[in-house]
Design a protein around this ligand. Structure first.
Ligand code: 5GP
Ligand code: ZN
Length: 135
């Protein structure tokens, strides 16, 4: 399934050129055009899914296995010190391209990549509310 208005469908299919690090039947891994750090890459499934809410379970599992492989390989290539894997779902969470993708963001000691958040506190009330609703 593909979405003819989706830029990542076109990139994943090779219709729009991209700096491709890896490709197989299910995925294309490309360098992000607006990198948070040197080597920032995106894992794109070739099939169109809006985000994690929609993606096929088997493909989601494969994406994580591929992330592991890419992170290990790219750590050797880039000489980075660590990695963040980021995956945004819906606008409020920062998703801007509505085709499932995983960000692979290399981290370098002392870099200025800003993925931090203000640390909150888990209250007893909220903990109990969530655990109760999950039952
Ligand atoms: P999101 O904010 O949806 O999680 O991430 C979208 C990412 O796609 C951004 O990091 C942005 O820089 C990247 N991006 C958007 N358009 C293109 C494009 O045409 N080519 C590439 N390589 N990256 C893109
Ligand atoms: Zn798409």
């Amino acid at each position: 399934m593909r979405d003819n208005d989706c830029i990542f469908c076109k990139i994943a299919a090779g219709e729009i050129p991209s700096a491709t690090l890896y490709e197989d039947d299910d995925f294309r891994v490309i360098l992000d055009l607006g990198p948070a750090s040197k080597g920032h890459a995106l894992i794109l499934p070739k099939e169109h899914f809006r985000n994690l809410y929609d993606i096929d379970d088997e493909l989601a599992a494969k994406a994580m296995v591929l992330a592991k492989k890419m992170v290990k390989q790219m750590t050797d290539v880039l000489g980075c010190d660590g990695y963040n894997i980021v995956q945004n779902n819906e606008e409020c969470a920062g998703q801007t391209v509505f085709h499932f993708h995983m960000h692979l963001i290399p981290r370098y000691k002392g870099d200025q990549v800003g993925l931090e958040w203000k640390v909150g506190e888990l209250t007893d009330e909220v903990r109990d509310e969530i655990l109760e609703k999950l039952k």
